[in-house]
Write a protein that binds this ligand. Sequence first.
Ligand SMILES: C[S@@+](CC[C@H](N)C(=O)[O-])C[C@H]1O[C@@H](n2cnc3c(N)ncnc32)[C@H](O)[C@@H]1O
Length: 294
Amino acid sequence: MTTVENKPVNPEVDAIRHHYEVSNDFYRLLLGPAMMYSGGYWAEGEDLRAGHDAAQFRKLDAFIEIAGAVGAERILDIGSGWGTLLDRATTVHDVKQAVGVTLSRTQKEFVDSLHNPRIDIKVESWEDHRTEEPYDAAFCVNALEHFVLSSLPPKERVKRFRAFFAQCHSLLKVDGRLVLHMMTIENPPLSRKLIDDLKFLQREEFQGCYIPHTNELVQAAEGLFEIIELRNERETFSQACRAWLENLAERRDEAVAMQGEEVVARFERYLDIFAYTLEDKIFNNFRIVLSRNA
Ligand SMILES: C[S@@+](CC[C@H](N)C(=O)[O-])C[C@H]1O[C@@H](n2cnc3c(N)ncnc32)[C@H](O)[C@@H]1O
């Protein structure tokens, strides 16, 4: 049950809570038991819904391995959602302590209900997080899309991405890896429909959220991190959006009873926009593996 109060904090935090503090029951209906809100690694020919949880765990296993985090002492997940990466790392990959930061209080409630003593979950913004001991590895899985405001002028946006990489640099050990999954945008020919859909994403569903060009990220990381891998995996996210849309379609009446027609219609619209823009190669979803420089 959702027990948080809805007092406004500041526009950035409120915008995140507008989306992420819809009830955990609704998110469970949408996302299924894996409670992952990002792309998955489906095997060739695997059914989108039946294979969804396996695809999510396959992705998490790959991320944890590529980060060199198997058996690690301490890892950090920035924008940790409902804690599935933290739980998987500590229960399957023998990570001793997994720290997560999120702005959503309902997500923290959910993670607390896992009663996993190796998880430490904080309601805190990425820039406020501090640690006495540096982390062995860090992850940011489809969350960095929220960290830079579209209202900033272009140079300031790159500075803000650089502030994110500088923060990760200060939190990680030398040679510690940062694994990102992150949407970026190409330069699409703008149809009326695409303009309306992008406006809807930025003004209504994810207020102020900015999807960068890939080169802005590369520029922002320069000198702080070595880029080990940059790999476009856009189908991982479009497939997940399609699976969630099918979940919602099958149990639409229940979803409306929980959250109302307006919320359900908003989710249907934004998921469809994400799915088609990824399929049409307007948005990318990059896996970016970085190693912290000295
Ligand atoms: C799309 S969800 C992804 C969640 C999770 N990584 C996953 O893959 O399921 C984005 C997450 O970013 C978090 N977030 C957004 N802005 C944040 C901020 N400024 N600091 C920390 N977390 C933030 C949200 O609360 C949410 O947990």
